[in-house]
Design a protein around this ligand. Sequence first.
Ligand code: BMA
Length: 858
Amino acid sequence: MPSITPLTQNWAFTQIGGGPGTKLDEWVPVSQFPTTVHAELLKLERIPDPFIGLNEWDVQWIGEAEWSFKTTFNVESSDLSPTNADLVFEGLDTYAIVALNGNKILETNNQFVTYRVPVKQHLKAGDNELQLTFPSTFLKGKELEKQHGKLALWNGDSSRLHVRKAQYNYGWDWGPVLMTVGPWRPIYIQTYHTRITDLCVKTSVAEDLAVQINVSFALSEHVTSAASVQLKSLDGQTVIGESKINSGTGSGEAHFSFNPGVLDLWYPIGYGKQPLYTVEVKVSDANGGELDSKSEKIGIRRARVVQDELVDEPGRTFLFEVNNIRIFCGGSNWIPADSFLTKVTPEVYRAWLQLLVDGNQNMVRIWGGGIYEPDIFYDICDELGILVWQDFMFGCGQYPAYDSFVESVSLEAEQNVTRLRHHPSIVIFAGNNEDYQVAESLKLDLDYNDETSDYRKGTFPARYIYERLLPAVVEKCSDIHYHRSSPYSGFGKETTDRTYGDMHQWNVWHGSQEPWHNWDILSGRFVSEFGMQGYPNIRTVDYWVGGDKAERHPQSRTMNNHNKADGFERRIELYLVENFKHAFDIESYVYYTQIMQAETLASAYRLWRRNWKGRGREYTAGALVWQINDCWPVTSWAIVDYFLRPKPAYFTIARELRPFTVGMTRKEKKTATVENSAAFFTIETILNIWGTNNTLHEKKATLDVTSFDLHSEWTDNWKKEVVLAPNAATELWSGTLPGQPTRTKLSEVPKTIIVSARLIDESGTVLGRYSNWPEPFKFINFPGVEEIGLKIAIASDGESVELSTKKPIKGIILEVDGEDVKWSDQAVDLVPGDPQTVHAVGLKGRSVKARYLGDGSA
Ligand code: BMA
């Protein structure tokens, strides 16, 4: 049987070659393995924490220096008896020259590739020395750029386009420039006579849900062997199918067929369970001696990307269907969870993905400027039922397609698709992030009707990769849908077309900087990116301020360094000034930017989920917010910050992704009462109410609508029995806003009417609630804090915070001094007669502070 020996001990590292800024001219033992230079120098306190203040700029020398790692490991002579001995490098960042006992055995140029090197001839019994030398990736990229030409991009140094390294390391509009270097993934020795080199399990599930499983495997050596292929339940106990194979060819196949209902299908969260099976291959020699065994966890599901014509709108759907169920995808974009990836443990991944599920989200997009995440990420998505959109690692650039680049990309794609293809959670591969948008904006050679040219000769050469190389690899190695890019429309349309494919709706924040209230007219068939910035928790701000009181204000140089978005000042203030009377001390700025982000993003999900109107009317089939996480402490579009502290937007989004929700809009309808007159008119305020239900069964409920006048005791309530259609949005009511008389002059200031709508089931449980306020909020003259009468009571369990009020309140954000707590909700909208309880794990009876609009802070 093959044996694997991880090489994790006796590693040391040093800086090579002297030169400016030499800081480490000795061999120093590493603190962990795998590792990277920054992580080690930080542990050694040889560098300041790049996440604090302006320290990022004190460590740039590391990215331009040369580094080396070495270890010695012992080999017993018995270890050398098997026919083969390979050294396997699962991830070297990025360019490395590898020597074993002084013999150069490998030269690498791709951070995303696993390198396997036969080394039997170089190994000796006793001590062996392995040395990895990493020249500067940044300088390598510069050389390649000089050689092959400067190309266009958004974010980072243009030389990044020539380098197969995590692109965000070059800096992004939410991330620092930290050019990591080192052996970032495991290294091990594998000895064997023969081994199973490839185990491929292709599952196809027919429309009637009958299942076909085709297993194929290959051996490294063509030996006469017998193999058994077993399909087992996940616990390995029950053998569901078995096939015996005798072969001398070094490969084998087995096929299993099952009628509908025999096997348990894998469903995304909210639609069923996530059963997993195991396919196990055991190969033995002619005498029955086991040669090797390999198993793969699989989930069986029928996943399709459906692009059907719509009943009554132009274009086509872009929706995900699993096991014949059409899924509204409410989720997020994922970026690498740390600038220093070796710090991201399986526990950290689980915490993030559990947070995503706890936020009622069912999809995560792994964005093209990061990394192909480790197996544990996808294992957890399989387990939790999170659908995965996987980009190939290209982001916002005019990438080259010269032979050596294409060769490296081809290996990278083949390896990563092969590694990822068994995960039921992965439902789409996308060729890149926004590279067609770069091409469109620069008017590069991009004729969407030209499907035949050799694009490598034009100004958008990477089209060859996205339209020839990658689809071929995905087709050959998996049965997962391939999409040329995100965004991509297809059907000859540009990426900004809102009626085909997926789209990145950045005209709120970027582009035309639309008001977020226009999300309804900015929607698309599948909105795979959109966002709004918000400050993180004040504790996170204080982490990067590092105690420097003079810098603890929104306009400081330190704050600036912790917001990388071009023109962020103007954009944040644009949306604040247009909507909120706000204050400028840092605590208030955290509050107002967070409420702004929470409002902006919640309304996007609310308005786009309304477009999911059942079969043939899936006008919008998904919304993936940019971004769920951060890679360092920063102000960005993230809805959860680097320290996994959710921002209020995380909770307002979670409320809009509950199985049942209620939504409302109020729009003014102006009608001229005298022909051609601009002076004589009426203005009615029209209120529309709808409900959504993402379960597969219709839901009966009571729609309970209460309207309040903020400046008097007037209220109005009515109830209506409603039926929410299954897996769709249902329009429930439309009419004039209660309590708001028709106006005839603009000087007649509308009343401040707040409408609270709740969906209540037969047991009295509130399925969903939403309060609709007059906007912009800045126009509202809030009553005094006394009159508002917010009451915060801590229940006897010391962790339940009961909120009640005398007047409607908008945007309550709760806070405690000292250690943070795990809140169950934030940015709460409260109305009289509908108290709400927020759970605060870790509160331990401490008093709770609240900020809200009209709390007197502005
Ligand atoms: C899109 C993303 C990222 C970027 C974000 C915010 O372009 O793909 O590249 O960080 O917008 O600007």
